[in-house]
Structures are given as structure tokens and as C-alpha cells.
Ligand binder design. Structure first.
Ligand code: ZN
Ligand code: MN
Length: 432
């Protein structure tokens, strides 16, 4: 036998990773004004008003749907919803922030303490977009003020695989709830990871922020590279700087974007122009009742009810519409594995917009054309002639040989014998 040695990476350090995820909400209008929030690929600065341009004297008003979406999202992750919540101003100076502050939430976010390790989920507004073109920086305010939720986790992740799996689930839940398309290419879902290493997996005195990563694949690579980079520094007794780093896909390394000497002071204070939010228990439970079956529960149920393989389940559940399609088809026909196979491997749900069409096709594919009765009869005769011993056994009272003989007949008929007819003819012949 060929012996292969699999190299095992032994490290004296455990990664400590916390996440910040920004998700743009799929509300029709922006967070604090009536402008359309559908900003993607729109002509620059066509969806603005005094509020989202931050003009003096403009008054914001909160988008109720956005608040409800965040509450539902938080409940989906077992968060505690704050009955009393408020908005705060977060100050920093950057050209994409017309007011000089972002309306966000500081000490009383909408949602707290979810699972797994979710510290908080709060609601804020998106910034404008800077476009760098021909040596100039241009500002597009279409995105300014779009409803944005931010999920912050505890530094509870200790490997790259868990981080990516968790974030994929976050994306899936956002889509199931219809709160966002969470499309990373369009910037509707944006990831940041705080990475450090320590001997025992507790937070050391530093962290590196990985920012501007716009796909799960890049995140996986960036985390792996960053963990290795920090490991090498620590192994040679060096000190890892507190800094923000990006991912260079071309060179396959993380690179320094900004070093942080001290924590920035955002001078948070309560937003005076928007009244605080109070949510009653009955409002919260009514929102909870609107949550559909979530992906994890669906996976478990699909395993139990339809006995499908994990691979099939994962693909079916990865889109709510696909899972619903499967279930509608499964109600019409109980060939669950065939339905799943045709959907997953043959992509037949694309050919048949209605599950009923797919089922019709399955019935066509699975209905066997039985051999004519005369053929069955002659196959039975041949099998009995060929197996005198079986006939003897049957006469001695061994009924078990019937199964054997049926198998032999079906073999002769290439499995095309109508099972009922085969048995009938065989018994007729044996009892003669
Ligand atoms: Zn506006
Ligand atoms: Mn934020």
C-alpha cells in the first residue's frame, strides 16, 4: 500500500475572530427620507433629497419597515429585542458622510445577545459612494441614507471554516426573511473580521481588522493568509500592529491600509430629531410570527421527512424558492429522491416553472412499460424448467423459493414483468 504523509500544521496559537457584517435592507425607501433605496447601477445623484444630502434644517423620519426587518432578523438569531431603543449620532469626518455624522445606534441597539455569539444588531444609514475616476474623486449620494443593519459578533470564532459557514448562514437567513438580497458583489452585504492570535483562544491585547472583502472565497483566503502572517510574527517574538488590512487577490496577501494608534472617538450622542423607538411585547411577537421556517430547521425536516442525502438537502435549502418548489412537487408525488435528483443534477426545475410539470415528467420517466402477458408466461415456464430443484423444494412446503423464482423471471424479462402478473403466473404453474 502506498503510504502518504499528510502534513499537519501544528501551531502554538489559536485564532480569535470577531465579525462585523453590514447588510443593506430591501426597503423601498431610504432609512430617514422618502427617496428610493434602489441605488444599484442608477445614474449618480438622481435619488436624493435634502435629508439624505444632509442639507441644513432637513428633518429625518424613521422607516418603520426597516425597524421591523431588523427585529425579525434579530429574532431569527434568538436575540433579545430591546423594547426601548433609540438612534444616536456617530461623528466622523469623511466626504461620503454629508452631515458629518452617521445616524446609528449606540448603547440601545434594537437587538442584543443572539446565537451563536451575536453581541448586537443595530440599524443605521449607509454612506454615499466615492467614485475615483481620472485622478478625481466623485461622490454619488444615491446610496446615502439607505437603511443598513450591522451585526456584531463576539470574538468567538477560532477557525476560518466556522467563520465562512456562519456568514453563509447569515446571508441565507437574510434572504429567507426577505430583508435583503445580501448580494456581496453589489455591496448589499459587506464583511469585516477582527483577527488576533493567542495561546489559549482568549483576546490578546491587539487586533487586526480585515476590511473591504467582497466574497466568501476572498474572506477565506484573507483569513488564512492573515493567520499565517500573524503566526510568523509571533513565532519570531515580534509584535503584531493594530491596523486595518485589505486583501490583495493578485499577490494573495493581506496589506496594510491604515494603522490605528488609538480608538477613534465618535462623540456619540442621542439623535435629537428622531423620537426613541418603543416596541411592545405584542408587536415583537407579531413580528416573530411572520418568520418563515428557517434554513436550519428546514434541513433537519427534509432529512427526516424525505430521507434525502445531505448534499441534496443543502442545495435544495440554499434557496427558499427552490425548497418551496421541492415541497410542492413532493406533495404531488412521493418519489422524493427522483424529484431531488432531477432538480439538483438535471436542473429540471428551470425547465418546468410549475412543480406539476416536473411531476408529469417524472411519471413519464418512471412508468415502466410491462412485458406482454404471453412473454411473462413463457419466461415463467423457462424458469421452472431450468430449476427442478426449486420446484421440489416448493412441493416439500418451502414457500421461500417463490421469491427466488420471481427474481429469476424478472431477470429474464429485464425487470419488465408486471410484479402482480409474474407472481400470479408463477403460482398458477407451481400449484399445477
Ligand atoms: Zn433622500
Ligand atoms: Mn456600521
Amino acid at each position: 500500500m502506498d503510504t502518504k504523509f499528510i502534513p499537519v500544521r501544528v501551531s502554538p496559537f489559536t485564532p480569535v475572530i470577531g465579525l462585523e457584517v453590514h447588510i443593506e435592507l430591501a426597503t423601498k425607501s431610504k432609512m430617514f427620507c422618502g427617496c428610493s433605496s434602489d441605488h444599484f447601477a442608477k445614474e449618480a445623484n438622481t435619488q436624493t433629497c435634502p435629508v439624505c444630502l444632509g442639507l441644513p434644517g432637513a428633518l429625518p423620519f424613521a422607516n418603520k419597515t426597516a425597524i421591523e426587518m431588523v427585529v425579525k432578523f434579530g429574532l431569527a438569531f434568538d436575540c433579545k429585542v430591546n423594547e426601548f431603543s433609540k438612534f444616536d449620532r456617530k461623528h466622523y469626518f469623511y466626504p461620503d458622510l454629508p452631515k458629518g455624522y452617521q445616524i446609528s445606534q449606540y448603547d440601545l441597539p434594537l437587538c442584543l445577545n443572539g446565537k451563536p455569539g451575536i453581541r448586537r444588531i443595530h440599524l443605521e444609514e449607509d454612506t454615499a459612494k466615492l467614485v475615483h475616476r481620472a485622478g478625481k474623486s466623485l461622490i454619488d449620494f444615491n446610496r446615502s441614507g439607505v437603511a443598513l443593519m450591522e451585526m456584531v459578533t463576539e470574538p468567538d470564532f477560532h477557525n476560518t471554516g466556522d467563520v465562512v459557514a456562519f456568514l453563509k448562514e447569515v446571508q441565507l437567513v437574510a434572504r429567507y426573511l426577505g430583508v435583503s438580497n445580501a448580494d456581496m458583489e453589489k455591496g448589499s452585504m459587506r464583511l469585516e473580521a477582527n483577527v488576533s492570535l493567542s495561546p489559549d483562544g482568549t483576546l490578546p491585547g491587539y487586533k487586526v481588522e480585515l476590511k473591504n472583502i467582497n466574497s466568501f472565497r476572498f474572506l477565506e483566503k484573507a483569513l488564512t493568509a492573515e493567520i499565517t502572517r500573524q503566526e510568523e510574527i509571533l513565532k519570531s517574538d515580534g509584535k503584531v500592529e493594530n491596523e486595518t488590512r485589505g486583501w490583495d487577490e493578485f499577490k494573495q496577501v493581506t496589506f496594510s491600509q491604515r494603522t490605528k494608534e488609538e480608538a477613534q472617538d465618535y462623540r456619540y450622542f442621542p439623535e435629537p430629531d428622531i423620537p426613541p423607538i418603543s416596541l411592545s411585547q405584542s408587536q415583537i411577537s407579531s413580528l416573530k410570527s411572520q418568520i418563515p421556517e428557517l434554513p436550519e430547521k428546514k434541513r433537519q425536516r427534509f432529512g427526516k421527512e424525505y430521507k434525502l442525502s445531505q448534499d441534496f438537502i443543502e442545495i435544495l435549502v440554499s434557496e427558499k424558492d427552490r425548497a418551496d418548489y421541492f415541497e410542492e412537487a413532493a406533495r404531488l408525488n412521493n418519489n422524493y429522491k427522483i424529484i431531488a435528483d432531477l432538480m439538483v443534477n438535471k436542473k429540471m426545475d428551470g425547465q418546468f416553472p410549475e412543480p406539476a410539470g416536473l411531476i408529469k415528467k417524472i411519471v413519464e420517466l418512471t412508468s415502466i412499460e410491462y412485458a406482454p402477458p404471453s412473454e411473462v408466461e413463457s419466461a415463467v415456464n423457462l424458469v421452472i424448467m431450468d430449476n427442478p430443484k426449486a420446484l421440489e423444494d416448493y412441493d416439500k412446503g418451502n414457500a421461500n423459493v417463490i421469491g427466488f423464482l420471481i427474481g429469476m423471471v424478472q431477470k429474464r424479462l429485464n425487470g419488465k414483468g408486471n410484479p402482480k402478473l409474474v407472481q400470479e403466473k408463477l403460482l398458477e404453474r407451481l400449484q399445477k
